[in-house]
Design a protein around this ligand. Structure first.
Ligand code: ADP
Ligand code: MG
Length: 393
């Protein structure tokens, strides 16, 4: 990465404000998936070893108007303390005299977690006063929240205007993994895209038609492409807004050296539920009233064979309604093929990562991006304020 990281500046004994992504799922006051907390541990531990006073900031969920106890960070602090095996002091505010007093009482190696940054309406407005109030608390700003880097908020970018700003290890890993596949992918470079909508991912499709050797399409994205080709897709979910974009992408694919591959067969059913009767149908023969809910076995085998031979694989978006076991086989086949692929493998997207976790294959993938929206924007070539605002190397 071309930006400075915590390794590139002297941090010893400093007060360090760290933006982490602790936007984790909660249930009954407990964290139900702590992978994002775990991702921040290397940076936090490194700073503690440098005798820093570590002041953590994060948002959680989308609180509507100001503080809302349902989105308070207390359960996160509890889980973080368990993982660090060290005390974590959770404050009930983001800034103010109480916070300043707590910070000035910190000892080297201490960890404080400030309250949900989105409880302050000035966070999302990138408000200069909030930047100044927070900047008073620290000597250095570390951004370790790649998944929020597409937002120009106070804690995700604004603070970089007031303090020396560098990347944490998780941020560095995310950027390096994506930069690696975009700049010098080992070939063949195979991209697998699926999920619900073409509209959300059309720019990503365009970028990969320029960069990749093969683009494998699945999920409701493939039914949209099939419909754009004039096929009858029965009652399948189609992103109607995306039909024209799909047609344009097909045209672009004709003149590109990248092969755009659609499934030749699909798994169909009349209802989206466990126990529904399923059939395998050729994509030319989807009966009226039936829905394509997964790629078919022939498509899955074909996609698997292409992934087996790949030098680089990037995957975003499930191949079917994997949340229901009857329609999970296509997504599982992709996940297994990636896990076995000797090439460089990178996966991203909230639901795709959930699928990898469900099949217990996440640790067999070289890089699992927590990025979601941020990674898609990065791939599109959009400059992310949370990254560009950091100091250059
Ligand atoms: P990601 O979060 O990995 O980027 P998306 O949010 O784009 O993925 O899409 C995931 C959703 O798409 C899942 O909830 C899945 O059930 C749905 N989906 C995939 N294939 C189909 C299909 N053929 N019909 C309806 N929904 C589908
Ligand atoms: Mg999703």
């Amino acid at each position: 990465m071309r930006k400075k990281t915590v390794r590139d500046i002297d941090l010893a004994n400093k007060r360090v404000l760290v933006r982490v992504d602790f936007n984790v799922p909660l249930k009954e006051g407990r964290v139900t998936d702590d992978s994002r907390i775990k991702a921040a541990l290397p940076t936090i531990q490194y700073l503690r070893e440098q005798n820093c006073r570590v002041i953590l900031m994060s948002h959680l969920g989308r609180p509507k108007d100001g503080p809302d106890p349902a989105f308070a960070l207390d359960p996160v602090a509890m889980r973080l303390a368990e993982l660090l095996q060290a005390p974590v002091r959770k404050l009930d505010e983001l800034t103010g005299p109480g916070v300043e007093a707590a910070v000035s009482a910190m000892q080297p190696g201490d960890v404080i977690l400030l309250e949900n940054s989105r409880f302050d309406p000035r966070e999302k407005k990138n408000d200069p006063e909030l930047i100044a109030e927070l900047a008073k608390l620290g000597d250095v700003y570390v951004n370790d929240a790649f998944s929020a880097a597409h937002r120009a908020h106070v804690t995700t970018a604004g603070l970089a205007s007031a303090l020396p700003a560098v990347a944490g290890f998780s941020m560095e890993k995310e950027v390096d993994a994506l930069e690696g596949i975009l700049s010098q992918p080992k070939r063949p470079f195979v991209v697998v895209l699926g999920g619900a909508k073409v509209t959300d991912k059309i720019k990503v499709i365009g970028r990969f038609l320029d960069l990749a050797d093969t683009l494998l399409i699945g999920g409701a994205m493939s039914t949209t492409f099939l419909k754009a080709l004039g096929r009858n897709v029965g009652a399948s979910k189609v992103d109607d807004e995306g039909l024209e974009l799909a047609a344009e992408a097909l045209k672009k694919a004709d003149s590109s050296s990248c092969d755009l591959v659609l499934p030749g067969d699909v798994l169909i059913a009349e209802s989206v539920e466990e126990g529904a009767e399923t059939q395998v149908a050729n994509v030319d023969a989807i009966p009226d009233g039936w829905m394509a809910l997964d790629i078919g076995p022939a498509a899955a085998a074909n996609y698997k064979a292409l992934i087996d031979e790949a030098g680089t694989v990037f995957w975003n978006g499930p191949m079917g309604v994997f949340e229901i076991a009857a329609f999970a086989a296509g997504t599982k086949a992709i996940a297994e093929a990636m896990a076995a692929c000797p090439g460089v493998t990178v996966a991203g997207g909230g639901d795709s990562v959930a699928a990898l976790n469900k099949f217990k294959l996440a640790d067999k993938i070289d890089h699992v991006s927590m990025g979601g929206g941020a990674s898609l924007e990065f791939i599109e070539g959009v400059e992310l304020p949370g990254v560009t605002s950091l100091l250059d190397k």
